[in-house]
Design a protein. Structure first.
Length: 461
C-alpha cells in the first residue's frame, strides 16, 4: 500500500474513488483496497466462522453461508490454523512417550515457553531477558505489584484511570489493603473529560501528586474507549517524580507498536487471547526492565523461578533467576504454549510496523464510512445516529472504535448479531468494533456498515 503513504484514510478513500470513478462509499473501493493489501494472505492463516456457525445468527435475515463479520478481536482473537496442529503434536507426544515429553521433541515441556519468548519480546519492544510467559494477566499484575508497590508514610498512592478495567481496579484495591492501607486514601484516580483522558490531565496529576505516588499504573489502550495512551510521556513524567510506572497492555499488545524497553517502562503485563490470538485463558506475559534485574526481587517464589541448570537437583536452595524470569512460579501448561506459538509465528513473519500501517488505514476507513452515513443531522431529528468516542487522532487509538448510539444500545447489538456480526457491547452504552489487520479486510468493514444500516432500521421498528 505504498501508494497511500502520507495520506490520511479519508484522502486514501477519496483518491481511490476518483481513480475508479465511483462514489467513495462504493464496495468497489473496499475491493480495490483489499487487492492492494500485501497482508491479505494472512487471513487464510486463521479460522473464520461462517454466519450459520454463530449461535446468535438469525438465518431469516442473514446469509448463513457467508463468512461472519468478525470485529471482536479486541475480546477474543480468531484461532490460528496451526494451533490445532501444534496441539495435536503435543497430545501425540504425551500419548506415545509419556513423561519423556518433558525433555524431548520440538518443544520440550520443561522449557517450551522459553522457545517463543523472543517472538513475544519483539512484539512488545523488549529484550529477551525482560519478558516471561506465565500465568494469567491479573496474577502477573499482582506478582509485579507485590514487588514494585512499596508504600511509605508519605509515598503510598497508586495512580490509575477512574474507569480502569475492573480486574486492574480490584487488583490495586487489594494490594493497597494488603499493606494495611485504605483505598479511599491511597488509590488516586484520574477521570476523563468527558469520555477520554487527556494526556495533559494525566501529566498534571503526576506533577501535582507525584511526591505521594508510589506507582503509576495505567492501561496501554483503554478497554472501553479504545484510547491509546502516550506511554512514553507518562513513564517519563512518573520517573521525574520518583514513581515506578507500569502498564496493563492487554489491549495494546499486538494492536499498537510498543517499545517497553526504550520507553524505560518499569513493568508491564498483558494477556494473549485478544489481539495475540492464543485462545480463551491463554498464557499471559510479563515485563520487567533490565535496569531492575538485580534490585527488584519477587515477593513470592516458586521452583520455576530457580535457574534451569540446577532446578531439578531438588536441594531446596533457591538459585533465583535474575529479572522477570525469577517471578515464575510453576511450569507453564504446554497446551497453552501451542496456540500462542502458532499466533506469534504469524506476528514474527509480518512485524508490528506493517500491521500498524494497515490498521491505521482500516480503522480510518471504518471511521470515514460511519461519519458519512451515521453522523447526527439536525435537519433529520428522527434519523438514528452514531457518536464515536474513540479519539480521532490515529496516534491516540489502536484499531478499536467505540460507538454510542441514539437508539438503545442492546437492541442495536442484538440486531447486528442476528445478521452475522461479531462485536461486543460494554455497559453502559458502548459498542466496541475492532477491525484487526491480521485477518480483517476492507470488505469486512464495508459489509459491517451496510449491516449496521439494516440493524438500525430494524431497531427503529
Amino acid at each position: 500500500m505504498e501508494q497511500f503513504d502520507g495520506l490520511t484514510p479519508a484522502q486514501m478513500v477519496d483518491r481511490v474513488s476518483t481513480q475508479l470513478g465511483c462514489p467513495p462509499t462504493s464496495a468497489q473501493v473496499a475491493e480495490y483496497l483489499d487487492k492492494q493489501d500485501p497482508l491479505r494472505p494472512l487471513r487464510r492463516e486463521f479460522h473464520l466462522p461462517r454466519v450459520f456457525e454463530l449461535p446468535t445468527s438469525d438465518l431469516s435475515v442473514a446469509d448463513g453461508s457467508a463468512d461472519c463479520i468478525y470485529l471482536v478481536g479486541n475480546s477474543l482473537g480468531l484461532q490460528p490454523r496451526l494451533a490445532q496442529h501444534y496441539l495435536k503434536e503435543e497430545l501425540d507426544k504425551w500419548a506415545k512417550t509419556g513423561v519423556h515429553g518433558h525433555t524431548e521433541g520440538s518443544r520440550p515441556w520443561a522449557w517450551a515457553e522459553n522457545n517463543i519468548e523472543q517472538m513475544m519480546a519483539d512484539l512488545v519492544g523488549a529484550k529477551l531477558e525482560e519478558v516471561a510467559l506465565m500465568n494469567g494477566l491479573t496474577v502477573n499484575l499482582h506478582l509485579l505489584l507485590l514487588s514494585f508497590y512499596k508504600p511509605t508514610a508519605t509515598r503510598h498512592k497508586i495512580l490509575l484511570e477512574a474507569k480502569a478495567f475492573p480486574s486492574d481496579h480490584y487488583a490495586v484495591e487489594s494490594q493497597i489493603r494488603l499493606r494495611g492501607l485504605n483505598p479511599e486514601e491511597s488509590m488516586l484516580l484520574v477521570s476523563p473529560r468527558p469520555e477520554t483522558l487527556r494526556t495533559e490531565d494525566i501529566l498534571d496529576m503526576i506533577e501535582k501528586e507525584g511526591q505521594s505516588i508510589a506507582v503509576v499504573m495505567f492501561s496501554g489502550v483503554q478497554y472501553y474507549t479504545g484510547q491509546l495512551f502516550n506511554m512514553a510521556a507518562i513513564t517519563e513524567a512518573g520517573h521525574k517524580k520518583g514513581c515506578y510506572v507500569g502498564f496493563d497492555c492487554a489491549h495494546a499488545a499486538g494492536n499498537a507498536v510498543l517499545q517497553l524497553h526504550d520507553w524505560d517502562v518499569d513493568f508491564a503485563c498483558w494477556c494473549s487471547y485478544k489481539y495475540i490470538n492464543s485462545g480463551a485463558g491463554g498464557l499471559a506475559g510479563a515485563f520487567i526492565h533490565e535496569k531492575h534485574r538485580d534490585t527488584i526481587k519477587p515477593a513470592l517464589t516458586g521452583w520455576w523461578g530457580h535457574d534451569l541448570k540446577t532446578r531439578f537437583q531438588m536441594n531446596n536452595v533457591m538459585e533465583l533467576q535474575p529479572g522477570v524470569s525469577g517471578f515464575r512460579l510453576s511450569n507453564q501448561p504446554i497446551l497453552l504454549v501451542c496456540p500462542l506459538q502458532a499466533s506469534l509465528e504469524i506476528f514474527h513473519k509480518v512485524g508490528m510496523a506493517a500491521l500498524r500501517k494497515k490498521s491505521v488505514l482500516l480503522t480510518g476507513y471504518l471511521e470515514y464510512l460511519i461519519l458519512h452515513y451515521y453522523s447526527q443531522d439536525p435537519s433529520q431529528p428522527q434519523k438514528p445516529y452514531v457518536i464515536i468516542i474513540t479519539p480521532t487522532d490515529p496516534q491516540q487509538r489502536g484499531c478499536q472504535l467505540s460507538l454510542c448510539f441514539s437508539l438503545p444500545i442492546r437492541r442495536v447489538f442484538q440486531e447486528l448479531e442476528k445478521r452475522g456480526v461479531a462485536c461486543d457491547m460494554r455497559e453502559p452504552s458502548v459498542l466496541r468494533v475492532a477491525p484487526v489487520p491480521l485477518y480483517n479486510s476492507f470488505t469486512d468493514v464495508h459489509r459491517f456498515i451496510e449491516t449496521l444500516g439494516a440493524a438500525l432500521k430494524a431497531s427503529c421498528s
